[in-house]
Structures are given as structure tokens and as C-alpha cells.
Design a protein. Structure first.
Length: 479
């Protein structure tokens, strides 16, 4: 039997505010355990929350960018459950009156446009973090993350494959970065997703039994989790070996499998009631218009501009706008005088390769677009060749120096004296009579050998095209 996988996501996004949602504690990541806490986020008796206005503004900004309707009035609710890293015994969130309603995100998978509808976006506070003793002797609680502001972006169950999920998340991540509401650093937990998944026979309208996998914070892990869980559902349906139950499951990325955390008897398994210490939030038209007018250029808008204004291919423009950091680097290089296609080629080629090799995010690029343009100028004016430029780019990640200074310090200046290259070519040909004989017999590989030897003699600093021309000219004379 053919089956259809049905997927919906609840994406939790930590907001880039300097302080927490209900107090003045810092949201800075990586501080000593329990350094960023106060009586309010520790839920001490008598300490009252005060809503951070910037949280609401960022939530509205996200809602506008994702085509949501913004509620004129919304409220906050207590979501009651016990967990050691939740000192109050409840999480402040929103239930029936969220900040943003509806919305959608259009994605493109294999050339096919598809609309993923949103149910809502609401804001809430994050919980703390449990630090488990690796020897199994207990756990410690770090409440630095407690009350860090989140928005939760809830999709409808409109996705049908891990590929669609990844395209949706990539586009969502880029939008959130571009509008400045989050740094979206998944390795720090700034962006993570709960994956709701069910399976049904193809053509059936009713949904199957749904399971939820909590707090997955990498695209690769989300893909693996979806593939595993969908196969698990199908196997149970095919064999009848057990009964599928609605439950929350934990994804173990090391073992590559999910396991049950708790059953869900109902879709809503928390006790909610309105937060009595916080007044309703009123979004008046003037404030909404102010936020709307301040929205920056969105990724798809910038992509269209790159194609129309700079003549970039759709593919190039799409890659550049997956990250605000890549896009800003490209824009600054072009604004400082770089040819758009040259800047795009360097970013999409050598730069992304270095990021991948070093396992770095675009936000960790330590230089700006002006320095990238300086590197491009050195290549275009013949000061260095492409191979040397790639080495310079690598060093730019390690040293806070200009490309020109690196070239001088490391001795990367191109060998451009044709007389010197002629002499090196003559020496190489004379020293390899067998290769010369092979070339004369029509073995073209010998020609490449000569070019390679000259490049080796110049330590890769000669222009390969110039060397090729010199070798060809000299060999033609020997025929």
C-alpha cells in the first residue's frame, strides 16, 4: 500500500532582545550557570513580571513578514506543568488569543511552488536547562535561559516530506534573520522545532495517529527524525505489531531513533488559565503602521533585486539570500566596486567551501565586503592568481589583516615576468626528455605535466594561462 506522510511544525525562535521577556536580566548566551537571573525569572514569591515591549514588537514584525493578521488585542496565559527547570510550575505563553493569526510561507521544491499555511504565532518565555551528570548521579539546573523570550510559529500540517520541511525551515530562518528578530543560531538553541508527524493511506482524507518529536535543533537531525518516524508508523500499520498512540517522543540523534516520553490523551494536555498579573496587550493602528513601515527588505525581495539589477542567475541570488550575513557581505562588496558576478562567484565557491570545512556559520565570517573586494582587485589586476587568492582568503579567517598585507607577508605576489617564466619553462622541458618525447608522440598528458612542473617551480604563483601559452609556444618550436 502507498502511504502519505503528513507533517506540521512548531518552530521555537529565541528573540534577539537584550533583556528577558519579564525582567531586566541579560539574554547573553554562554554566561556562567545562573549568572543571568533575578527574583522575577526565579519566580520568587511576590516578584511580579513586566512585559518587555520589544518582544511584542519583534512578534509583530515576524507576523507581518509571514503574512499573518495581527490581533488588536491579545492576552497571556499560564501553561501549567511540572518540570525541574521551570521554577514557577508554569510557563507564561498564549493560548486562545495569540498575537498573530493565520499567515503563510510559499516554498519552492523541485520547481514546484507550494503554500505552507500557518495557524498562529504567539510569544512566550523559555524554560531553563537541565545539565545532566554523565555518570548518572543527578542533574543540575541552569536558569540563564529561563524567561528568555520566544516566538512559536505553528504551521498547519501541510508538509509531505523531509525535503519540504527543510526548504520551509531554510526560508523561515532566512526571513527571521533578515528582519532582525533572531540570530537563529541552531547550535545555541535559538531555533528549534517540534515535529508533528502522522501517516495515512494515499488518498485518505482523515489524518492518521499523530506523534510529536520535541526540540530538534538541526536540519540534518530533523530530516533523520522524519525519515525514522515515518518508517516506524508505516511498519506498525503494515504489520499490526503494535498500536499507534498519540504521544510525545524524544529524538536521539546519536542512536538515530525516537523513543516515547509521554502519552497524550488529548490534543491539549496542559491546564491553562489567564495570567492575572499581566494586562492584555493592545496593538493600536499607529504602532502597527510604525512597525510595518520599518520592515527591511525581505529575502525574496532582495533575491529579485539581485536578478533584475545585477543580472545574477536565479540560483546565485537564491544562495546569497539564504543568509543575511552572506547577503550583506555580497552587497557591501558590490557597493564598494566589485563586479556582482565576481563577488557572487567568490562567496559561493571558495568562501562557502571554507565555511563548510571549518564548520562555521555565515555569521562567523570575520571580515567585511570591502575586504572581499580588495581580494578580488588583487586577482583582477594580476597581483596574485586564483590559487594564491584562495590561500589569502583562508588566512583572512585567521588574521585580522587586509588581503594586500597578507600577500606581502606570505610572499604570494604573482610571478608575472615573462622572461623569468620563459627561462623556467626551458629548464623544465630540458630536464624531462622522456615527457618531451611523449608529447612529440601525441600524448597530451605530457603537456599538462610541463605546465604542472612550471607551477611547482613558481610555488603556484604564476598565472596558469600565461604558463600554458609559454609552454605551447616553446614546444611548437621544437616540433
Amino acid at each position: 500500500m502507498e502511504y502519505e506522510v503528513v507533517i506540521g511544525l512548531e518552530v521555537h525562535c529565541e528573540l534577539a532582545t537584550k533583556s528577558k521577556i519579564y525582567c531586566a536580566c541579560s539574554t547573553e548566551f554562554g554566561k556562567d550557570a545562573n549568572a543571568n537571573v533575578c527574583p522575577i525569572c526565579l519566580a520568587m514569591p511576590g516578584a511580579l513580571p513586566v512585559l518587555n515591549k520589544k518582544v511584542v514588537e519583534y512578534g509583530i514584525r515576524a507576523g507581518l513578514a509571514l503574512n499573518c493578521s495581527i490581533a488588536e488585542k491579545c492576552k497571556q496565559d499560564r501553561k501549567n506543568y511540572f518540570y525541574p527547570d521551570l521554577p514557577s510550575g508554569y510557563q507564561l505563553s498564549q493560548l486562545d488569543e495569540p498575537l498573530c493569526i493565520g499567515g503563510y510561507l510559499d516554498i519552492n521544491v523541485d520547481g514546484n511552488e507550494k503554500r505552507i499555511n500557518l495557524a498562529r504565532i504567539h510569544f512566550e518565555e523559555d524554560a531553563g536547562k537541565l545539565v545532566h551528570d554523565e555518570w548518572g548521579k543527578g542533574s543540575l539546573v541552569d536558569l540563564n535561559r529561563g524567561s528568555v523570550p520566544l516566538i512559536e510559529i505553528v504551521s498547519e500540517p501541510d508538509m509531505r516530506s523531509a525535503e519540504e520541511v527543510n526548504v520551509y525551515l531554510e526560508k523561515l530562518k532566512s526571513i527571521l534573520e533578515f528582519i532582525g528578530v533572531s540570530d537563529c543560531k541552531m547550535q545555541q538553541g535559538s531555533l528549534r522545532a517540534d515535529v508533528n508527524i502522522s501517516v495515512r493511506p494515499a488518498g485518505q482524507k482523515e489524518y492518521g495517529v499523530r506523534t510529536e518529536m520535541k526540540n530538534i535543533n538541526s536540519f540534518k537531525s530533523i530530516t533523520r527524525a522524519i525519515e525514522f518516524e515515518s518508517k516506524r508508523h508505516i511498519n506498525i500499520l503494515e504489520t499490526g505489531s503494535e498500536t499507534l498512540v498519540q504521544e510525545t517522543r524524544r529524538w536521539d540523534d546519536v542512536k538515530g531513533e525516537s523513543y516515547s516520553m509521554r502519552n497524550k490523551e488529548n490534543a491539549v494536555d496542559y491546564r491553562y488559565f489567564p495570567e492575572p498579573n499581566l494586562a492584555p496587550v493592545i496593538v493600536d493602528e499607529a504602532w502597527l503602521n510604525e512597525i510595518c513601515s520599518a520592515l527591511p527588505e525581505l529575502p525574496h525581495e532582495r533575491k529579485s533585486r539581485y536578478v533584475s539589477d545585477y543580472g545574477l542567475p536565479e540560483y546565485d541570488a537564491g544562495i546569497l539570500t539564504t543568509s543575511i550575513h552572506l547577503s550583506d557581505l555580497f552587497q557591501e562588496a558590490v557597493d564598494s566596486g566589485a563586479a556582482p558576478k565576481s563577488a557572487s562567484n567568490w562567496i559561493m565557491g571558495a568562501l562557502l567551501r571554507i565555511l563548510n570545512d571549518k564548520n562555521l556559520e555565515p555569521s562567523e565570517i570575520p571580515f567585511n565586503g570591502k575586504r572581499l573586494h580588495e581580494l578580488i582587485i588583487l586577482v583582477e589586476t594580476g597581483k596574485i592568481n586564483n590559487n594564491s587568492a584562495k590561500k589569502v582568503l583562508q588566512i583572512m579567517f585567521e588574521k585580522n589583516e587586509t588581503p594586500g598585507d597578507i600577500v606581502k607577508t606570505e610572499g604570494f605576489e604573482a610571478v608575472s615576468d615573462t622572461g623569468e617564466l620563459q627561462a623556467i619553462a626551458a629548464k623544465v622541458i630540458d630536464a624531462n626528455p622522456k615527457s618531451l618525447a611523449d608529447y612529440m608522440d601525441g600524448k597530451e598528458k605530457a603537456f599538462g605535466y610541463f605546465v604542472g612542473q612550471v607551477m611547482r617551480e613558481t610555488k603556484g604563483k604564476a598565472d596558469p594561462q600565461t604558463v600554458t601559452g609559454i609552454i605551447k609556444e616553446r614546444l611548437d618550436k621544437l616540433k
